[in-house]
Design a protein around this ligand. Structure first.
Ligand SMILES: [Fe+2]
Length: 212
């Protein structure tokens, strides 16, 4: 787990990078700013029926004793504004299919089974450093009317001023990512939608919204 010390060390490293990243354009010094996270479509499976349990741990549902099927992963990150400053109090909603590739949504006609222990949806609020954290399972890819969807997690992020709807991808899925039409539409911006794998089951993804 991160503590304030590691977070402040990262901020310091970020400040040093920003200072080094100052570029001169026509004699005017301009600081490099973080690339805004690419937006993506809301998709057809935004939850209509919200689960009673929407906390950060999507691998369990309150009141159940079982665990969701699939590989448990932790995803952490920060929400940053267009200048790279943390956005405290941003609201994040996440939703995804289960390990079999099925969304808990009446519009999903996939025959893959639902998982009664998988929460499928979470609602988070960022902390003082813009940080957020979720425990979930690695989503499967699935067949859709627009073709094969590579594994992804949907995000709806509400910052102080702006809202960003996006999808997060996994670099380990580079083969199927390259066959996904929505992923390919991102072009060079795809890097902003890619989580960094820090350990076998730990990923990190900072989200940059257009707040200022
Ligand atoms: Fe999806």
């Amino acid at each position: 787990m991160e503590n304030d010390y590691t977070l402040s060390r990262r901020r310091f490293a970020g400040a040093a990078l920003t200072a080094a990243g100052i570029i001169a354009t026509g004699g005017i010094a301009r600081a490099a700013t973080p690339a805004q996270t690419a937006s993506g479509p809301l998709g057809p499976f935004y939850p209509i029926m919200r689960p009673a349990d929407d906390d950060f741990d999507m691998t369990m549902i309150k009141g159940n004793t079982g665990r969701a099927l699939g590989r448990v992963i932790e995803v952490t990150g920060r929400v940053l504004d267009s200048r790279g400053n943390p956005v405290r109090g941003a609201e994040l909603e996440l939703w995804q299919c289960n390990a079999a590739g099925r969304y808990d949504h009446p519009g999903d006609i996939a025959t893959a089974p639902l998982d009664p222990n998988f929460q499928g949806f979470a609602r988070l609020i960022t902390g003082p450093s813009g940080e957020w954290r979720v425990m979930t399972i690695k989503p499967a890819g699935y067949s859709s009317p627009i073709g094969w969807r590579t594994p992804h997690i949907h995000f709806d992020v509400r910052g102080r001023q702006h809202r960003l709807i996006t999808q997060m991808y996994f670099s380990e899925d580079h083969v199927t990512n390259s066959k996904d039409a929505l992923y390919n539409q991102l072009g060079e911006d795809a890097i902003t939608a890619m989580a960094a794998q820090q350990a076998a089951d730990r990923y990190r993804w900072d989200i940059v919204v257009s707040d200022s």
